[in-house]
Design a protein around this ligand. Structure first.
Ligand code: UDP
Length: 239
């Protein structure tokens, strides 16, 4: 077992894929289930900020492979994350947890702009803060944004949920049956092995700033609540 970081303020990355329950779009039952777990952790006193992905709608790289200009495709990808953010906000509030969405692309009707100090104030008041629209910059991924936001709001750890894989392995376990599962690994080792489970830029940012990362799977029952509580699931990646 690994020594999970003692977490009080955490940045949770939710991959877009989970929002759709395996399909394009949003599955309200799935999002409700996520919100319930987040609410549980908030009631236990954990400060929770969330970065949402958008893979259930669009991935810029995939659109550009099919002929779309990359930057525009990436903006479409970012807009997808905002839909996920609003859906999650809705279900968090139904669970009785005050929630603010901050978007990296200005859209005043539906979200606050990204203002880090304000985000911290929300967290201190027990509100969940959901960051949408990634970094607002093409060629970035929401994994990398998660590391950046975690650093800027001074989170104790970044918790990366993944769908289809429950930890960091020496190779993709869905492809290579001999892949070894790590309870813990250093950032430099993950980078040296070229592991793709999390973006290299996210690993590098966490490494340089000594920010612990937990990579865990969404599939297990109650996994979000468990990881938010600091339970040792998945893989601890550390400096
Ligand atoms: N994206 C971007 N800049 C960012 C964050 C996201 O351009 O700062 C775009 C990119 O096209 C990406 C899409 O938004 O493919 C959805 O995000 P991501 O693929 O990270 O979502 P996930 O895989 O976590 O669902």
């Amino acid at each position: 077992a690994n020594d999970g970081p003692d977490v009080k303020r955490v940045l949770l990355k939710l991959s877009g894929e989970v929002f759709g329950g395996g399909r394009t779009g949003i599955d309200p039952d799935v999002v409700n289930g996520i919100a319930k777990q987040v609410a549980e952790a908030v009631r236990e006193g954990v400060q929770v900020a969330i970065v949402v992905g958008g893979g259930n709608f669009f991935r810029g790289a995939e659109l550009s492979q099919r002929g779309m200009e990359r930057s525009r495709a990436d903006y479409i990808g970012m807009l997808g994350t905002v839909m996920n953010a609003l859906a999650l906000q809705d279900f968090c509030e139904k669970q009785g947890v005050e929630t603010r969405v901050q978007s990296a692309i200005t859209m005043g009707q539906v979200a606050e702009p990204y203002i880090p100090r304000r985000a911290i104030r929300h967290l201190e008041k027990g509100r969940v803060v959901i960051f949408g629209a990634g970094a607002g910059m093409p060629y970035f991924s929401t994994d990398t944004v998660s590391a950046q936001r975690a650093l800027e709001i001074k989170a104790d750890a970044v918790l990366m949920s993944k769908s289809g894989v429950d930890a960091v392995y020496s190779a993709d376990p869905r492809v290579d049956p001999d892949a070894i599962r790590f309870d813990e690994i250093t950032f430099s080792e993950a980078l040296r092995l070229g592991l793709k489970v999390v973006d290299a830029a996210a690993f590098a940012l966490c490494m340089e700033n000594r920010l612990p990362m937990v990579v865990f799977g969404m599939e297990g029952e109650g996994n979000i609540a468990r990881v938010l509580r600091g339970e040792k699931i998945g893989t601890l990646v550390h400096a």
